[in-house]
Ligand binder design. Sequence first.
Ligand code: ZN
Length: 114
Amino acid sequence: MDCSNIKVLKICQYCKKEFIARKTTSKICSDNCAKRLYKQKQRDSEIAKAVLKIEIERRPLAYMKEDELRAIQAKENLILQEAAILLNESPLTLRRFEVLKKPETVRSNISCYI
Ligand SMILES: [Zn+2]
């Protein structure tokens, strides 16, 4: 059988319209849809990266490796971001504590540069 003559009815992954494919592996009806699908996938992956970045910033401890955490714990002086990681708070929260002079401010045992 000559593979170049086969015709398969398929649904385009991008526009969802039916099209006649010449290969069983075809997923897209046209070059235009292929380009748009590629751009859409790129956009989706950019969004996924941004969401992951926000997740990591929100919950730093969950994504911190043990040796990275130990290195911060061993430091005598911490920058705001490091203090935030150790306390599992956002840097913004620590800054707010500092501004409001709340008792939660963590200057007793660890010296922070806020
Ligand atoms: Zn299409």
